[in-house]
Design a protein around this ligand. Structure first.
Ligand SMILES: [Zn+2]
Length: 444
């Protein structure tokens, strides 16, 4: 009898234990991204929830909320949850946690989100047993990295086998969260960038954008693709100024020569690349020549006369000129000389380019600024430029900011080595294009 009673009590206890585990659904550990969080079951409906912010942090997700909504994101995937306080009515609670999307639940200072739903929407692997739950975001693989100049900005496109978030760690230094990539380097002649280095890291691959320091950077997400934009967004207000680039010489006129290095080719290469970069930014660009042809000084002057910004590109063929680049401005642009302003006034009165001319023609200080920008941009590629004055007819004809740029001296072996190297010619083109963009930005 006594034995029977004990057995009966034991059975009752066992039944009670089974019932509680089935219905009470106590909180259990949630293992996610190397962190241990807590999964709980609001209202015991079998739907597990966890604290949203810690969950987002553990997986490197973007996270945002206000009083009414909570958003977690991975690349271009964004899950938007309406936020509700846990209602007293069980049927209402069941309804909002089974809705699509289910509601996030406010609990004290925290906001909880449904684990399984979130994991599935993000492409995570979700598993669980009686003891714990686990959410794993599979490592992403960087499939392709390409670089382009689009609308005047350098754009790095990173393609992955899943969506990937990126985090800017420092200027020019980005973490590709949870992504795997081989160590490597990509060369690029954009407006701002010269190369991109990739290094594997513990939290994901890291990329370093060389040469972007000081320029704005931003990321944008597309399905399985992240783009990083470098450079200033183009403003579209006034009609774009006309930039005239004059590569010297051409055809039978070789300019300065040394062995098989010809000035006419060097300057054309630089001019064409500059034109491409500036056009991609929306500027009107005119080249006085686009081929290996000789054109008269008169034809060049006609083009120069239309320019808001004019730059003539040459190589020094004088044995007297020291190594390195030189920037020449027109002799008559001294503040004390009225020639330039008189010329500008005449051109403005003559109509045609009125508004732009007012902005670009008038002051010798504009030209000073233009030269300062060229000097600064050359400095960014490690070159220091000499300055000089020249009575060059073309500069006299150009109403806007005008300068003659000499890449270097054909008689200097270092300069020649640069001029024979296509990457270096790109660097000159990038620097000059940036100088023009910066100059126009300041004067406008
Ligand atoms: Zn020349």
């Amino acid at each position: 009898m006594v034995l029977k009673r004990q057995l009966f009590i034991i059975i009752i206890i066992i039944i009670a234990i089974i019932t509680t585990t089935v219905t009470a659904q106590e909180a259990k550990p949630l293992i996610v991204g190397g962190e241990i969080l807590e999964a709980e079951y609001p209202g015991n409906f079998g739907i597990s929830y966890t604290e949203a912010k810690s969950f987002a942090q553990a997986l490197g997700l973007t996270y945002w909320h206000d009083d009414a909504r909570l958003i977690v994101g991975l690349g271009s995937i964004q899950i938007r949850f309406p936020i509700s306080t846990i209602p007293k009515s069980r049927s209402t609670l069941k309804k909002i946690i089974s809705a699509n999307p289910p509601h996030a639940l406010r609990k004290d200072e925290k906001v909880l989100i449904p684990i399984r739903y979130t994991a599935k929407a993000l492409g995570c692997i979700y598993s669980g047993n009686e003891n714990s739950l686990r959410v794993v975001l599979p490592q992403a693989k960087l499939l392709n990295l390409s670089l382009n100049v689009i609308n005047g900005r350098d754009v790095i496109s990173l393609k992955f086998d899943r969506n990937v978030n990126v985090v800017e760690r420092a200027p020019g230094h980005w973490l590709l969260v949870g992504a795997r990539a081989e160590e490597g380097m990509k060369y690029f002649s954009g407006l701002y960038l010269s190369d991109v280095r990739i290094l594997p890291g513990p939290y994901g691959a890291e990329i370093f954008l060389d040469g972007v320091s000081g320029w704005p950077e931003e990321a944008a997400y597309f399905p399985r693709e992240t783009r990083i934009f470098v450079g200033r967004k183009a403003k579209k207000k006034l009609p774009p100024p006309l930039i005239v680039i004059d590569p010297g010489h051409g055809g039978d006129d070789y300019g300065a020569t040394y062995g098989n290095l010809y000035e006419k080719n060097i300057v054309l290469t630089i001019a064409k690349e500059m034109a491409e970069l500036l056009r991609s930014r929306g500027y009107n660009v005119l080249l006085t020549r686009t081929k290996d042809t000789d054109i008269s000084i008169f034809e060049r002057a006609q083009q120069a006369a239309k320019a808001d910004v004019f730059i003539s590109i040459h190589v020094s063929g004088s044995p007297l000129v020291l190594a390195g680049p030189s920037i020449y401005t027109y002799t008559g642009t001294d503040n004390s000389t009225p020639v330039f302003t008189a010329k500008a006034r005449t051109l403005i009165a003559g109509g045609g380019y009125r508004q732009i001319l007012k902005r670009f023609a008038a002051s010798p200080s504009d030209i000073e600024q233009f030269v300062n920008k060229i000097e600064a941009e050359l400095g960014r590629i490690g070159l220091s430029a000499k300055r000089g004055r020249t009575p060059l007819y073309l500069l006299e004809r150009a109403p806007g900011a005008s300068a003659l740029f000499e890449v270097g001296s054909i008689y200097n072996s270092n300069d020649r080595a640069r001029m024979a190297n296509s990457a270096q010619l790109s660097a000159y083109a990038q620097a000059l294009a940036r100088a023009i963009i910066e100059f126009i930005g300041v004067t406008r």
